[in-house]
Design a protein around this ligand. Structure first.
Ligand SMILES: *[C@@H]1O[C@H](CO)[C@@H](O)[C@H](O)[C@H]1NC(C)=O
Ligand SMILES: *[C@@H]1O[C@H](CO)[C@@H](O)[C@H](O)[C@H]1NC(C)=O
Ligand SMILES: *[C@@H]1O[C@H](CO)[C@@H](O)[C@H](O)[C@H]1NC(C)=O
Length: 438
């Protein structure tokens, strides 16, 4: 009975105190001279109530230190809601997360357990003098960033050439800063510029290309650890394309030769080789020394495929086709394998042409006579046409020259033409001799 009466009394006094504060602010204190003279006998706040910043879910502690409190009482009030939290030794609020501790009738601590966002705001410590005296402090509740899944993009599969927009929405307090970047750290071609990072919630890619195929991270941060990111995988679909480094290969009888083809496709294509007649070439790797050995190697959406033909025989000359197919289309490319004279028959040319027999590749860089390059790197898309390398090898007069493709005729110099004429005569003699031997 007694306690209830006291509580009610205090409640009234505190409630009037809260209102009193508002009045005092307006009227700038109706200072009573006698109160002023007795100042030393009134309670005083020993220190201001510091602002505190607490991460959501942690505990907060607000301290109010009053000297010379004597018979007066201290109350904690939530300013925004005008809620009385505690009076003297009693917790008034129903909020189970709030508790009170005190020391020496001087320090009054308000505890807020597992702080929530709605705990953010001003807290006032009041002493029931007349007029009421108070101090207040701000409880800042900060919230680490979080991705709003419902407003954020998920993994995407798009067709090449379309416009793509990735969205990312993050919440937190303070408002998080959001940016997009590639997971692999590579630059992104966005709006005609190469950038590492795109600020903001939206990543807009106009005319997406296969080069945009990557994992993207939306990173949200607001200074409250931990920062957070969401990974969005962007897959860009396109039909197969292929390029052939050498559309014309030369080999002599008995030589091993490797035909090569590069393809790009997403989804990954099925690749294989066929003969001129269109038969699929299946290499039997269990049998060592099988005639054919096919190999393919994937790197992202690119694939390298090779066909090794062991100990080329007369029946092996002709055309080979590499084929790539996926759900969006199919393409193929032709490689022609021509016979060239065996190295022993071209000793003369060897000394003349700087160890030519070591192989085309080595010569590519050094050969001063080399004009056009056989290895026309041209991408071919679905179309029917095979791009032929420059030079005379595909025209009517090709038969004589194709067998000599290694020599890379094509220069304009008269002196060289003279040498070539000589060479041709030497070669034709050898060919005759060679044919005789067979
Ligand atoms: C306490 O925080 C409030 C609100 O953020 C601010 O207006 C005030 O200046 C702060 N006071 C101190 C002493 O930092
Ligand atoms: C893609 O975006 C560009 C530039 O914003 C626009 O000109 C074009 O019409 C868009 N294409 C499609 C298919 O929406
Ligand atoms: C050709 O190659 C052989 C062995 O590979 C070497 O001994 C010779 O010096 C080379 N000749 C020229 C002209 O490079």
């Amino acid at each position: 009975m007694e306690i209830i009466k006291i509580t009610v009394l205090l409640l009234c006094s505190v409630a009037s105190g809260v209102q009193g504060l508002a009045k005092a602010k307006q009227s700038h204190m109706h200072d009573n001279p006698s109160d002023f003279n007795n100042e030393a006998s009134f309670p005083r706040f020993a220190e201001p109530i510091p602002n505190i910043t607490v991460t959501i879910g942690r505990d907060a502690l607000l301290a109010c230190v009053v000297d010379n409190l004597k018979g007066y009482k201290v109350a904690w009030v939530r300013v925004d809601t005008q809620t009385i939290l505690s009076i003297h030794h009693n917790v008034i609020t129903q909020n189970p997360r709030i508790s009170l501790t005190y020391n020496d009738h001087r320090s009054w601590y308000l505890h807020i357990r597992e702080v929530e966002e709605n705990d953010r705001g001003w807290y006032m410590c009041q002493v029931n003098t007349d007029p009421m005296r108070s101090r207040k402090g701000y409880l800042q509740v900060v919230v680490p960033p979080a991705i709003v899944e419902s407003m954020t993009s998920n993994d995407m599969v798009v067709r090449e050439g379309t416009n793509v927009t990735l969205n990312c929405k993050a919440k937190g307090f303070p408002e998080p800063y959001v940016m997009w970047r590639r997971e692999d750290g590579d630059e992104m071609a966005i709006g005609g510029e190469n950038v590492n990072v795109v600020d903001g919630e939206i990543l807009h890619i106009t005319k997406v290309s296969r080069l945009h195929m990557a994992a993207y991270l939306c990173v949200a941060s607001n200074g409250v650890p931990p920062s957070i990111s969401k990974r969005v995988q962007l897959r860009v679909q396109f039909p197969p394309m292929l390029s052939i480094p050498n559309q014309l290969e030369g080999a002599y009888v008995g030589q091993d030769v490797v035909l090569e083809c590069h393809t790009e496709a997403y989804p990954a294509s099925i690749n294989y080789w066929t003969t001129e007649r269109g038969d699929m070439i299946i290499s039997d790797t269990s049998r060592t020394g099988d005639k054919f050995e096919t190999m393919s190697r994937n790197t992202g959406y690119t694939k390298y495929m090779s066909l090794k033909i062991r100990s080329v025989g007369p029946a092996d000359f002709g055309s080979y086709r590499c084929v790539a197919k996926n759900s969006l289309g199919e393409t193929d490319g032709l490689i022609k394998l021509d016979e060239i004279p065996a190295p022993t028959t071209i000793l003369t040319t060897e000394s003349l042409y700087n160890n030519r027999s070591k192989g085309r590749k080595a010569n590519k860089k050094h050969d001063p006579m080399m004009v056009g390059d056989y290895g026309v790197e041209e991408w071919k898309e679905n179309g029917p046409a095979i791009r032929h390398p420059p030079g005379a090898f595909h025209n009517g007069a090709a038969s004589a020259t194709t067998s000599m493709r290694d020599i890379r005729i094509g220069s304009c110099c008269a002196g060289i033409l003279f040498l070539l004429q000589q060479l041709l005569s030497i070669l034709s003699q050898h060919r005759l001799a060679g044919d005789g031997r067979r």
